[in-house]
Design a protein around this ligand. Structure first.
Ligand code: PLP
Ligand code: COI
Length: 341
């Protein structure tokens, strides 16, 4: 779709094909330079490693138009670092940080008309990913890989934007102890599809996963970390080796402490404690901070005092400060904002 035909304010979280993408290939033990191409389609051998054994990892970040008309990305160096961790865990040759940052910058520049305007409520979602391309039939890593980055303009991840959502405690697990929950592997999302469809069919927006070993600690949802606010305005975020280390969550902890003067705790959170919190939100690049109004747990409901109509007051302050930093209304900590245009 041509950028001029997009109604930015009507966008949901979907894929709109834009004009350009970045592609680099790994062959004979090294990555090529890579560059911008037009073709959105990929032709793969039927036995490609990614198709047989799901050898693929990805990232997600956004480009924003700021109040003064610049185009920026938010902490892309942390996405580059996390992709390296993900690659290492799945025996994928790491995507050099320099190439990752260059690819993100080149793709955003090449699709600059698709960066939604300031104040539209939309942003440009950037999806870097790597996958094994050559034929693999015995279970082993591929020898050849492709790294791609495409972009797509998006609106809110959850319909209704800032309206509180309802989630449920899920009976399936997202990630095993010592498994792959801490990396951004496609396989983690494939195995969550049954649960998300079932959640939607039963009227819930998302699943709350508990720790697989004891089912007593809060982990995360399929696509975001949890953030809780105590009745005395402390920020609490769950800690576990099988949670994806969210860049949004890590940034919000700094925002809470340094900008809002709130106390912050990153520690294991027992599900038992959840009923005593004052506010709950999901945080991530796609979710930003989506307030949770209600958690359903096998016939029982936890209803947060912030209610089902709007974000709780602390969640709102966090949301406004973080998005203020991302959109250039509030001064950012050193190194958080990467200017592209
Ligand atoms: N947890 C999961 C499982 C995710 O897929 C994401 C999305 O990237 C997050 C958390 C949030 O991470 P970030 O804030 O880095 O986008
Ligand atoms: C992101 O927030 O970037 C994600 O990857 C979440 C995804 C489930 C859309």
């Amino acid at each position: 779709m041509s950028a001029k035909n997009i109604d930015w304010s009507e966008l949901g979280f979907g894929y709109i094909q834009t004009e350009k993408r970045f592609v680099a290939n790994f062959k004979d033990g090294k990555w090529d330079e890579g560059g911008i191409v037009d073709d959105a389609n990929i032709v793969l051998n039927e036995c490609a490693g990614v198709l047989q054994y799901a050898q693929t990892v990805f990232e997600g970040l956004k480009a924003y138009t700021t109040a003064d008309g610049n185009v920026v990305t938010f902490r892309p160096d942390l996405n580059a670092d996390r992709l390296i961790t993900s690659c290492e865990r799945l025996q994928i040759p790491v995507v050099p940080k320099e190439m990752f940052l260059r690819a993100v910058e080149e793709v955003v520049k090449a699709n600059i008309d698709y960066v939604p305007p300031y104040g539209s409520g939309a942003t440009l979602y950037i999806r870097p990913y790597v996958f094994g391309t050559n034929p693999v039939i015995g279970v082993k890593p591929a020898d050849e890989y492709q790294f791609r980055v495409f972009v797509t303009p998006v609106g809110p991840y959850f319909k209704g934007g800032a309206k509180p959502i309802t989630i449920r405690v899920c009976d399936y697990d997202r990630a095993a102890p010592h498994g792959t929950g801490h990396i951004k592997a496609g396989l983690n999302y494939a195995m969550s599809l049954y649960q998300i469809v079932d959640a939607h069919n039963n009227g819930f927006d998302e699943n709350m996963y508990l720790d697989a070993a004891t089912r007593t600690y809060v982990e995360e949802t399929g696509g975001a970390n949890f953030l809780f606010v105590t009745k005395d305005n402390k920020i609490v975020t769950p800690k576990s080796n099988s949670i994806l280390p969210s860049i949004t969550r890590r940034s919000l902890m700094v925002v809470a402490e340094k900008y809002l003067g709130l106390e912050v705790e990153h520690r294991p959170v027992a599900f038992e404690e959840v009923k005593d919190f004052a506010e709950c939100g999901l945080c991530g690049t796609a979710a930003v901070i989506s307030p949770v109004g209600k958690i359903y747990n096998h016939g029982e409901e936890i209803c947060f005092p912030s209610g089902m109509d709007e974000m709780g007051p602390i969640t709102k302050k966090l949301y406004e400060t973080l998005t203020g930093i991302q959109m250039g209304r509030i001064e950012a900590p050193e190194g958080w904002i990467h200017k592209i245009k």
